[in-house]
Design a binder for this molecule. Structure first.
Ligand code: FAD
Length: 373
């Protein structure tokens, strides 16, 4: 009989892992605590590495159709002046594909639709206990249900229950002192230039989506735990069309950003592996969190059937994902979070001086990754 896997969590990481394992011949069950999958969330940017993983999972074309390529981009100041600009097509020539912006709900639905009917996806199933022998207990309307699997994939996000149970010594997610708002506008008819804009301790990002809507996010330094608030008023004074994008948006999500500050010494305990944010929740400053979850999923699927599968997964994924997490933290510290005016001026001068070729090379360090064959 084919080996069995239980995937805890039906987010981007969990569904990708389920798809990859099923394509590798596993019997797969996904346990998701939410009562139903709802089309929530804002946007996400899939970079070349994530797109290659989606190709490997057989859904790359569907994602390209449901997303929109970012053909150019760059970094601006709050007044709109460019610090660095990457001309259309150059990213594509360097990395083999442009990045794609897509609504999270669309990506999630593509992954869900791609799962064959014999993959069991159980919603309203909150995992409450797991052992290293592959026993899983989940709680639902009918009480507690026990299951056993050859492999348990914990893709239960930044506040992972499985990590807390089996990695009790790990310090868990820590706030980084930044709050972020995310929104998606209705169809947008004005001019739009894709960019990230920075000012002291603040960032605004603009990502057009395939259907004419625009995903945007705004982040500012803020003490953790403050009550939810409307989008910081300083963005009203930023360059066009930032104030208009915010004004056009009905539903805005807000989160205090957090990450796993202390890297885990292993992603594997017995038959249990951690994947995605459960393993390496990172700050969003490099836009790599979901892309790294996709890398985890394809690597896991490629090694899971081997006798040393979990160990090989840990070997291939931990150094890489933790390096990306470190780089993302650093990007935040010297980018959005930098507040000192002298340091900001020096940083901006440095960005203006760096030739686009070098900026692209540094991007390729993360987005240039290819799945194993
Ligand atoms: C502001 C912001 C912007 C971002 N932008 C980008 C970007 O542009 N590009 C990018 O690559 N990444 C981005 N990210 C990061 C990305 O969102 C995450 O890395 C990614 O969604 C992680 O996916 P996941 O499946 O590991 O976890 P999640 O998406 O958190 O999914 C976890 C799932 O597990 C379920 N679950 C939790 N506990 C249990 C339990 N006990 N039992 C059963 N189910 C459970 C949850 O309900 C959820 O469905 C951004 C993050 C933020 C905060």
């Amino acid at each position: 009989m084919a080996p069995s896997a239980v995937v805890v969590g039906g987010g981007i990481g969990g569904l990708s892992a389920a798809l990859g394992l099923r394509r590798a011949g596993w019997r797969v069950t996904v346990l998701e605590r939410a009562a139903a999958f709802r089309p929530v969330g804002a946007g996400v940017v899939l970079q070349a590495n994530g797109l290659r993983c989606l190709d490997e999972l057989g859904v790359g074309d569907a994602v390209r159709q449901g997303g929109r390529p970012d053909m150019s981009g760059g970094t601006r100041r709050a007044d709109g002046r460019w610090l660095a600009r990457i001309e259309a097509g150059r990213l594509e020539r360097t990395l083999g594909t442009p990045a794609y912006g897509i609504h999270r709900a669309a990506l999630h639905q593509i992954l869900l639709d791609a799962l064959p009917a014999d993959v069991t996806v159980r919603t309203g199933a909150q995992v409450i206990d797991v052992t290293t022998d592959g026993e899983v207990v989940h709680r639902g309307d009918d009480g507690d249900v026990h299951a056993e699997a050859d492999l348990v994939v914990a893709a239960d996000g930044i506040r992972s229950t499985v990590r807390k149970k089996l990695w009790p010594e790990a310090s868990g997610a820590a706030p980084i002192g930044v709050t972020a708002w995310r929104g998606v506008t209705p169809v947008w008819h004005g001019d739009l230039v894709v960019a990230i804009s920075w000012d002291r301790g603040a960032e605004f990002g603009i990502v057009p989506l395939a259907d004419g809507r625009v995903y945007w996010y705004a982040a500012v330094n803020a003490a953790p735990g403050a009550p939810p608030a409307p989008v910081d008023p300083r963005f009203q004074r930023w360059h066009d069309p930032i104030p208009e994008l915010i004004a056009a948006t009905d539903t805005v999500l807000q989160d205090d950003l957090a990450c796993l500050d202390e890297p885990l010494p292993t992603y594997v305990r017995g038959r249990v592996v951690l994947l995605g944010d459960a393993a390496h929740a990172m700050t969003p400053h490099l836009g790599q969190g979901a892309n790294q979850a996709l890398e985890d999923a394809v690597v896991l699927a490629s090694v899971a059937g081997r006798p040393d599968g979990p160990a090989a997964y840990d070997r291939q994924r931990r150094p890489r994902s933790q390096q990306v997490a470190r780089a993302s933290r650093m990007m935040g510290r010297y980018g959005q979070q930098l507040d000192n005016p002298v340091a900001v001026a020096a940083r901006n001068a440095l960005i203006r001086a760096v030739p686009p070729r070098l900026a692209l090379r540094s991007m390729a360090r993360y987005a240039g990754w290819r799945p194993p064959h």
